[in-house]
Write a protein that binds this ligand. Structure first.
Ligand code: MN
Length: 147
């Protein structure tokens, strides 16, 4: 997928919501308010305000008793954030960052890095996957150097 500049106008918080909604939809097929709140680690009452805001921006459709669906532009942004998250997490795992830290740092970097950087990292991962012995060397070197 193309990973052009995502938003510019959207806050990091809004991007996180769209990503969380997509993750819940991919897991369950639909996104109820409480499931998205759980995914974000916050209370149901505090997600509603952002749902309404994203609804007025035509990024999601929010129905009080049904939850949220992603509208096309919201889905596009959510997929780009997820692509960034997955790419950056994979990279961090490749250099032997522990999974919980890799996840948290991917969530931070996914909003900030230049698209060209993400694209280059993605290419690098592709190359490494074709050369598993390099991966093993990196992991081995990291294991030695943290001792
Ligand atoms: Mn994330």
């Amino acid at each position: 997928m193309e990973n052009g500049y995502i938003t510019g106008h959207l806050s990091r918080k809004a991007e996180d919501y769209l990503e969380a909604i997509l993750n819940v939809i991919l897991e369950k097929g639909y996104a109820r308010t409480k499931d998205v709140a759980h995914e974000l680690g916050i209370s149901s009452s505090s997600v509603v305000e952002m749902f309404r805001k994203l609804d007025t921006m035509h990024l999601v459709c929010y129905r009080r008793y049904e939850g949220v669906t992603l509208l096309p532009e919201g889905r596009r942004i959510a997929e780009q954030i997820k692509y960034r998250h997955d790419t950056l997490k994979q990279f961090l795992l490749l250099i032997a960052v522990p999974e919980d830290i890799a996840n948290a740092d991917a969530c931070f970097m996914e909003h900030e890095l230049h698209p060209e950087t993400v694209r280059r990292i993605h290419n690098f991962i592709d190359y490494m996957e074709e050369n598993p012995s390099f991966c093993q060397q990196i992991q081995h070197h990291q294991d030695l150097s943290v001792r």
